[in-house]
Design a protein around this ligand. Structure first.
Ligand code: GDP
Length: 192
């Protein structure tokens, strides 16, 4: 679907707009079903829709937040459903991305394994200064947990990533995820 994908070029610029108003392309990675779309909808619209249908192809949403230091960050969020089909386009998907968020489902060891795969992919294709976050989603499903918090922490630590467990369903840690990413973005050098 070239119509959808042509938009990929529009947000190549990962360079902050200015010192107080940052703008960054954020790509979401992770197994299908881990809750990527729900995390984005929770963050952007404040909603959780358990029946939300997975979008076909690449979708794009943006959201601006204000940080405590009065910096604003505009996230241009890329979420591709079934992105394996687009693997030939991976370099295009990653290009210009200042942030990569790798999501797994704490009830699914397979999705955690897949997260490890995405870490390697990013190290191959991502820019060296990309801010990486590892997210264990569906933290509300305690009784079904199969991936321990420590395992997520360890993977993140080994790869210089920020780690957090979230629930798109209860909204737990969703805003925190984006705030913490915002804090870790490189600030432009003063221009004088
Ligand atoms: P994606 O394929 O990664 O984009 O996953 P979706 O966002 O489409 O979510 C897949 C399924 O997981 C849906 O049925 C959601 O309702 C469910 N889901 C997503 N996030 C959560 C969560 O935090 N908790 C629970 N219990 N279910 C979730």
């Amino acid at each position: 679907n070239s119509g959808t994908l042509s938009g990929l070029n529009s947000s190549e610029n990962a360079v902050p707009a200015d010192a107080k108003n940052l703008r960054v392309k954020l790509v979401l990675l992770g197994d299908s079903g881990v809750g990527k779309s729900c995390i984005v909808l929770r963050f952007v619209r404040g909603q959780f829709d358990a029946t939300s249908k997975v979008t076909v192809g690449a979708s794009f949403l943006s959201q601006t937040i204000a940080l405590q230091d009065s910096t604003t960050v505009k996230f241009e969020i890329w979420d591709t459903a079934g992105q394996e089909r687009y693997s030939a386009l991976a370099p295009l998907y990653y290009r210009g991305a200042g942030v990569a968020v790798i999501v797994y489902d704490i009830t699914s060891p397979e999705s955690f394994k897949k997260a490890q795969y995405w870490v390697k992919e990013l190290q191959k294709h991502g820019s060296p200064d990309i801010v990486m976050a590892l997210v264990g989603n569906k933290a509300d499903l305690h009784e079904k947990r199969e991936v321990q918090t420590e395992d997520g922490m360890e993977l993140a630590e080994k790869n210089g990533m920020f780690f957090i467990e979230t629930s798109a369903k209860t909204a737990d840690n969703i805003n925190q995820l984006f705030e913490e990413i915002g804090k870790r973005l490189p600030r432009p050098a003063p221009s004088s």
